[in-house]
Write a protein that binds this ligand. Structure first.
Ligand code: CO8
Length: 260
């Protein structure tokens, strides 16, 4: 497939998908999300692709979140539906029977951290930064972050990260179980991602698919968590704080929240 914001490369059974909107630190706009959806569907069907590595273009950013400039004008009525659609896409990654590794080369914030968490493993460069800074915009994570961060690092740390909006380093992320491995350089990132992927692919393919399926079965997608997240995201978009938070980002100033 051809895509405007993705580079797709298939070598030795490993499909590398590079997210490329460098002028916006690879932020996810709707067009990019639809390309990602098409790439995932293609990956599911492609019998030559046995595993996927998702990374970001350049050294500075994996994905700096959903595109704030685009969603700042979102209609409150559509907001929950947008979140649900993003959740479905990230679920498609999480339930892929073929392994998916996030090679995190810099900022993994908001929707970028959520994308990395939907992958089966996370490997990061030491300059990577992780966080869910949505509350600084007057919203909450909308692509499954409230659920997956809690699953990966536990309730207490997940609540702290989402309520303070603190960004953490790759080493800190590794210490709390958000990241599997940390490496020094981008080249080392790709090399380690490929070598772990090769090790996984040398094992029984059906067995690996069943490991993924069984782990996922313990975490319901049908429960109230994801739906509450989507509804709550929609509710936040109706507030003055959302308008203030996103306007402040665009105007490069600190937001003044009033709790309305
Ligand atoms: N969206 C849009 N543009 C972005 C984003 C983003 N998420 N992140 C960075 N950019 C743009 C900047 O606006 C800037 O553009 P310009 O050059 O035109 O001014 C360019 O990328 C470079 O960024 P900075 O100049 O800000 O670079 P710095 O090194 O100074 O700072 C940061 C880097 C710290 C990463 C900073 O850019 C930042 O804080 N970005 C926003 C991070 C963030 O809050 N992410 C969460 C977004 S919300 C989200 O993901 C919710 C998910 C669910 C959504 C459901 C949607 C319906």
């Amino acid at each position: 497939m051809t895509a405007k914001h993705l580079r797709i490369d298939l070598q030795n059974g490993i499909q590398t998908l590079t997210i490329s909107r460098p002028h916006a630190l690879n932020a996810l706009n709707q067009e990019l999300l639809e390309e990602l959806r098409a790439a995932m569907l293609e990956f599911y069907k492609n019998e030559e692709a046995h595993g996927m590595i998702i990374t970001g273009e350049g050294e500075k950013s994996f994905v700096a979140g959903a595109d704030i400039k685009e969603f700042s004008s979102i209609n409150p009525g559509e907001a929950a539906a947008f979140a649900r659609r993003g959740q479905d896409l990230f679920r498609m990654i999480e339930v892929s029977p073929k392994p998916v590794i996030a090679a995190v080369n810099g900022f993994a914030l908001g929707g970028g951290c959520e994308l990395a968490m939907a992958c089966h493993l996370r490997i990061a460069t030491q300059n990577a930064k992780f966080g869910q800074p949505e509350v600084t915009l007057g919203i909450i994570p909308g692509y499954g972050g409230t659920q997956r961060l809690t699953q990966l690092v536990g309730r207490g740390k997940a609540l702290e990260l989402m309520m303070t909006a603190d960004l953490i380093t790759a080493e800190e992320a590794k210490a709390i179980g958000l990241v599997n491995h940390v490496v020094a350089t981008r080249q080392a990132l790709i090399e380690l991602s490929e070598s772990i992927m090769k090790k996984i692919l040398s094992n029984g393919r059906i067995a690996v698919a069943n490991v993924i399926k069984s782990v996922n079965a313990g975490f319901s997608f049908e429960g109230a968590g994801y739906e509450t997240e989507a509804e709550s995201f929609g509710a936040c978009v109706r507030t003055k704080d959302f308008r203030e938070g996103t306007a402040a980002f665009v105007e490069k100033r600190k937001p003044k929240f009033t709790g309305e």
